[in-house]
Design a protein around this ligand. Structure first.
Ligand SMILES: *[C@@H]1O[C@H](CO)[C@@H](O)[C@H](O)[C@H]1NC(C)=O
Ligand SMILES: *[C@@H]1O[C@H](CO)[C@@H](O)[C@H](O)[C@H]1NC(C)=O
Length: 523
């Protein structure tokens, strides 16, 4: 390479005068330098693009393999039942969790309703039937009318799981209703309101009535460890009631609308109280005695993303100043604790896990949390590009300073070089998190729950369905795909927060269980 360059220069020198030669030498040096930058950027991009191209079909097949009745790794699961993982011991994840199943089916429903893969409609229909049945199963959390909807997990033959567990987990009914409302909205728009009114609405209303009447009671968090209030749960409950009120209005179920809207406003108010203004992050749980920096909050941002809501901070949109500041704090909390992150500069991607204090299964990085960081950044980029500007506030300044030390507070239009510099650096940063996952994906493409903090070897449950869903949603966000809007735009936060009441405004007993920590399971 170097030899042939010298040859070129000599040829030039033979034919032209000296100053032109010098000029050409400088120019060629510049070109080589430029080419080097462009090439390494393209290489990084190509590596991520090619990982996504190979991993996408593997993730989709892995996800579908874990759904009954015909999934190849979920034998014994009833139709529409998502197993968490085929792992039957150490850990035993051969159960169905309402949360995991809803997140998995949110992806499937998006494939159907956004016309990406209409052939998955049969799966959605199985899911609807399975959840209608599960709602009826009496379990240790109660019956269908006495709290049973908050039961976190069931056996895959649709019977109750009766062992000790961290229950209830109140995010389940919220996430399930959000998934079903997404499908219902699509059916209504496609002349199938009959099915919505007769079949879907009763299932959705049971979950939403549960959310509306119990949101102000303590819950185990999504990691099943802390019983208190949890940001992910509160935010999903807020979203579910907003969407529920809109759907109810649309299909003439007007009796619930006022209560759902009232409780949604109370929830939006409550959501703000998780913000830690002095340190700039969302505290994941009101109990638990940890720092509160937790993937809980990043998952909230991507799973309440509304592409019409801009960079709204009150609903914690991915490009909001609060969510970006939070993301920086969350990511940085893992830089010094995992050996596989050592030596990586502070503005580059690293492996991330649930929270720094985690000890479950060795307290390792997780695939789905590392992918969530990439997804939040891709969502942010999509909105900035769509609105043709990006705002740096005093809250998000430290986040943006990672990519440009001289950046100052202000709004940068897409025509400015600052916008281009920042968005391209943030795209590279986002790709970096996918590249971390790619680096620690085994050659067969299987995604377990975790990869070890010392060597990045897959560990804990194999073929975690949620890991596959997380890969697919992150890949979609990388391609600029957005979900349907859910009504986050232009909401106002009430000036005083009101405690939740039961339907019709009656009061409910409020249970505080602060600092009750248990270690039942990882998920
Ligand atoms: C309405 O949607 C349901 C659920 O997907 C489906 O089973 C039914 O065939 C649809 N009906 C019509 C008329 O399209
Ligand atoms: C209930 O709501 C009030 C008002 O928003 C809030 O201060 C309190 O922490 C909530 N409690 C639980 C357990 O959600």
């Amino acid at each position: 390479m170097k030899k042939s360059m010298n040859d070129d220069v000599e040829t030039v020198e033979n034919n032209h005068n000296r100053s032109l030669t010098t000029f050409k030498m400088i120019l060629s040096g510049l070109l080589v330098g430029l080419l080097g930058v462009v090439t390494s950027h393209v290489w990084a991009q190509t590596a991520v693009d090619s990982y996504i191209a190979t991993e996408s079909p593997i993730a989709q097949a892995g996800l579908l393999a874990n759904i009954g009745p015909s999934g190849s790794k979920s034998s014994g699961a009833r139709p529409g039942i998502v197993i968490a993982s085929p792992s039957h011991q150490n850990p035993d994840y051969l159960f169905t969790w309402t949360r995991d199943a809803a997140l998995v089916f949110q992806w499937i429903i998006d494939q159907v309703t956004l016309q990406r893969n209409p052939s998955l409609r049969g799966q959605v229909e199985n899911y609807i039937t399975s959840q209608a049945n599960l709602q009826q199963v009496s379990n240790p959390s109660g019956t269908i009318t006495t709290g049973g909807l908050g039961e976190p997990k069931f056996n895959i033959d649709l019977t109750a799981f009766t062992g000790a567990w961290g229950r209830p987990q109140r995010d389940g009914p919220a996430l399930r209703s959000i998934a079903l409302i997404t499908y219902a909205n699509w059916l209504v728009a496609n002349n199938n309101q009959t099915f919505v009114t007769n079949t879907l609405w009763p299932i959705i209303q049971r979950d939403l009535d549960y959310v509306a009447s119990t949101w102000n009671q303590s819950t185990f968090d999504l990691w099943e460890e802390i019983s208190s209030s949890s940001f992910f749960t509160t935010a999903e409950q807020h979203r579910s009631l907003r969407q529920g009120a809109t759907l109810a209005t649309k299909i003439g179920q007007t009796s619930v609308v006022q209560n759902y809207n009232t409780q949604a406003s109370n929830l939006l108010c409550f959501m703000q109280s998780y913000w830690n203004p002095s340190q700039g992050y969302m505290t994941a749980n009101t109990g638990g005695g940890r720092s509160g920096k937790d993937a809980n909050t990043v998952l909230t941002s991507i799973h309440t993303f509304d592409p019409e809501a801009g960079c709204d901070a009150t609903t914690f949109q991915p490009c909001s100043d609060r969510a970006l500041s939070n993301l920086r704090q969350y990511v940085n909390s893992f830089r010094s604790i995992y050996n596989i992150n050592s030596g990586i500069p502070v503005n580059q991607a690293v492996a991330t896990g649930r929270y720094a204090e985690d000890v479950y299964f060795g307290g390792n990085p997780w695939y789905l949390t590392t992918l969530a960081v990439a997804e939040q950044l891709y969502d942010a980029l999509t909105v900035w590009n769509k609105q043709k500007s990006l705002e740096v506030t005093s809250i998000s300044l430290p986040f943006f300073q990672q990519f440009s030390s001289g950046i100052t507070v202000g709004t940068y239009a897409s025509s400015t070089s600052t916008f281009t510099t920042l968005t391209s650096a943030i795209k590279t940063y986002a790709d970096g998190f996918v590249a971390v996952v790619a680096k620690y994906t085994p050659s067969n493409g299987g995604l377990a729950e975790q990869y070890t903090r010392d060597t990045g070897t897959p560990t804990s449950a194999v073929d975690l369905t949620w890991s596959y869903a997380a890969a697919l949603t992150a890949f979609g966000a990388h391609a600029g795909q957005v979900p349907a809007s859910w009504g986050a735009k232009g909401l106002t936060v009430p000036t005083t927060c009101v405690r939740g009441g039961g339907t019709g405004g009656s009061t409910v007993s409020i249970t505080f269980n602060v600092h009750a920590e248990t270690v039942f399971g990882g998920k």
